[in-house]
Design a protein around this ligand. Structure first.
Ligand code: PRP
Length: 232
């Protein structure tokens, strides 16, 4: 699992990356500059910590971990819910908090079978089904906020963090679907085969998270981990 002998961690490039890096450093890891800098390197070895980092798109972190390219990963709860991968969720890292919300133009009027644009088709379909509403979900990979402005969709389901993107595009948040933070996830086989090393890293991270208070510890290596593909 992962690169032989070394613990491999899949890190999400983009919004979560610097928060995740700060947390690892707060946990006492001595990380090289090439990881922090905006380099194009996709695999960074840290022999002093016996770690390898893979830098991947956030949506690909659970895939890398499920298939064993990485032993561990840092993934947003939004991505975990959408991807529904067969991985263990070890710890709520409490970083990069945001929410997944329904949004639209302020003058939005109900229509029959509205179109909803999103990067999260699985979550959106499930949520609207639970609300008893029939919608047509349109999948986009980015710039989702454009959809209601161009007539591509009536509403959107997307991440809201500061709210700036909605504001700057004249949209309003209509309803919160779920709160999102980033989680430490593990490959199922690595979790057994590299338990001591995973345990050690888990404990260092958990100490920092708990030190900040409000820790939603999901059990950790010696407790009941959440099996994300079943947790929804
Ligand atoms: C997310 C989301 C919004 C934006 C919200 O995109 O899709 O566009 O962040 O943040 P705000 O409320 O602080 O403005 P992200 O930056 O993760 O990148 P992506 O669009 O490339 O997926």
């Amino acid at each position: 699992m992962g690169i032989e002998g070394r613990l491999t961690v899949a890190m999400p490039k983009g919004r979560i990356f610097s928060d995740a890096l700060t947390l690892l450093e707060e946990a006492g890891l001595n990380l090289p500059r090439e990881l922090a800098e905006d380099s194009r390197k996709l695999m960074v070895e840290v022999p002093a910590e016996d770690l390898s980092f893979l830098l991947v798109k956030p949506v690909d972190v659970p895939t890398c971990v499920e298939h064993g390219a990485a032993d561990l990963g840092v993934a947003g709860k939004d991505v975990l819910m959408e991807e529904d991968r067969d991985v263990y969720e070890l710890l709520d890292l409490q970083i990069s908090p945001c929410r997944l919300s329904l949004a639209g133009t302020p003058d939005w009027q109900p229509v029959l079978n509205p179109k909803v644009a999103t990067k999260y088709p699985r979550i959106a379909n499930r949520w609207f089904r639970e609300q008893g509403q029939q919608v047509e979900v349109i999948c986009l990979n980015g710039s989702v906020e454009l959809a209601p402005l161009t007539g591509l969709a009536d509403r959107i389901v997307d991440i809201v963090s500061t709210g700036q993107t909605l504001r700057e595009n004249g949209l309003v948040e209509l309803e919160e679907i779920t709160r999102v933070t980033s989680r430490l996830i593990a490959n199922r086989a690595s979790y057994r085969l590299k338990s001591r090393r995973i345990d050690r890293l888990y404990e260092r991270l958990a100490r920092v998270v708990m030190g900040k208070g409000d820790c939603d510890d999901r059990g950790g290596p010696s407790g009941a981990v959440v099996h994300t593909s079943e947790s929804g």
